[in-house]
Design a protein. Structure first.
Length: 399
């Protein structure tokens, strides 16, 4: 534990948003925003020693990088920093090592639940100031960890999963799809050409679940129980599949490897012919594949026997090339765009080209700005998904 730990001054997300908006009018010596996310940790059980050590780590960064610190919410903090050529290459690895040591010391059992791709993110405010403002705007719309009546949210429980199943049974597949299932388009965007919608990804919307079912439940940091919930949702999604997918259209569904061996998947196999199945892309998260590799290979054999398509989902920029896509024989692979990826992805240009030459189509997903589109196109990627793509398609359809 840090001795005589110094308390970080309490500046809020509203303070940070005000500072960013001021930068749109007046130039500032702060040129980067660092976001630190501790999602996945049971912070409701954190000891005073943890918070003291966390404050001390931020004080070190404040002094080292001339930073101004903001407490965005319980899980997230932000730092406005003045970066130069000397300290820019040090800040992310320095802070990440410090935070990982802190997590290992105070939450050793939860170390593996931390999303390290989101643990530390950096936005270059000289080119992405508007993105930072939009991000803070969205956070301001996010509810606190208490309801409007002051009731605290509790952790996910097994009974909550049972409740989802009961509601699905009461509504029936068609009504469940209307209330809880959403979709997002995937488009081909060639340089200088209008976007062309080629596929829809269908998923159970967590926002709808929180509104209608989990009104008093905090889903973040639920660990293995959350994984059980996603497997349940996979089956409910498959039950509603015929009611949500327009006939003849290409679509994708994201699911766990374990769900391929469920009754829901068996029912899905029995409910359509090979022609219908050939229009479906089954997406599996890279981390889930590595945890269940043998089962994944069996799942692929089963899906391909019915002319289905395999996609690898949730590939983070730093992990490109670690998993051999050719060995997985995936038709599609999805790389998640995030802040700072414009610096990371070009370093893996050869690996990206090798993946494409092996016959795997790459999709740059979670795209939220033009920087990501330009970066992807420069690397030979032509398929994109995300809020920015949605806007481009909406603008195209309005013409």
């Amino acid at each position: 534990m840090a001795e005589q730990a110094r308390t970080v001054p309490v500046k809020t997300a509203a303070d940070l948003l005000a500072r960013l908006r001021a930068m749109e009018i007046t130039a500032s010596s702060y040129n980067s925003l660092v976001l630190v996310s501790l999602g996945g940790l049971p912070l409701q059980n954190a000891t005073p020693e943890f918070w003291a050590d966390l404050d001390e780590s931020f004080w070190k960064s404040r002094e080292r990088y001339e930073a101004d610190i903001f407490v965005i919410d319980t899980e997230e903090r932000g730092m406005l920093v003045k970066l130069n050529e000397l300290n820019e290459v040090r800040i992310i690895p320095d802070m990440k090592v410090e935070l990982l040591r802190l997590i290992q010391r105070h939450f050793p059992e939860n170390f593996g639940m931390v999303d390290q791709s989101r643990l530390i993110r950096m936005l270059d405010l000289t080119v992405r100031l508007s993105n930072a403002i939009r991000y803070l705007d969205r956070l301001s719309e996010k509810p606190d960890v208490t309801n409007s009546d002051g009731t605290k949210l509790r952790r996910l429980q097994e009974d909550d999963i049972v409740q989802v199943q009961k509601i699905s049974s009461q509504l029936g597949p068609k009504k469940f799809a209307q209330v809880f299932i959403e979709h997002q388009k995937i488009a081909i965007i060639q340089p200088g050409q209008p976007p062309m919608n080629v596929m829809h990804e269908y998923f159970v919307a967590m926002s709808a679940l929180k509104e209608h079912v989990f009104t008093r439940v905090e889903l973040r940091g639920a660990g293995n129980l959350f994984n059980q919930l996603t497997i349940t949702l996979d089956n409910l999604l498959m039950d509603s599949f015929s009611d949500m997918k327009p006939e003849g259209t290409k679509c994708s569904i994201n699911m766990n490897v374990e769900s391929v061996f469920s009754k829901g998947f068996e029912k899905l196999l029995e409910g359509g012919d090979d022609k219908a199945f050939s229009s479906v892309v089954f997406e599996f998260r890279q981390s889930n594949i590595l945890q269940n590799f043998e089962e994944f290979m069996l799942a692929c054999d089963l899906i391909r026997s019915r002319s289905g398509t395999i996609a690898i989902d949730a590939i983070f920029p730093e992990t490109i090339g670690i998993v051999n896509m050719a060995r997985l024989n995936a038709n599609i692979a999805k790389i998640f765009w995030r802040a700072g990826a414009e610096e990371i992805l070009p370093k893996f240009k050869k690996e990206i080209l090798d993946i494409q030459l092996a016959g795997t189509v790459l999709v740059l997903a979670r795209l939220d700005d033009e920087v990501g589109l330009k970066t992807g196109q420069d690397l030979g990627i032509s398929m994109f998904q995300g809020f920015y793509v949605d806007k481009l398609l909406e603008s195209q359809e309005a013409k």
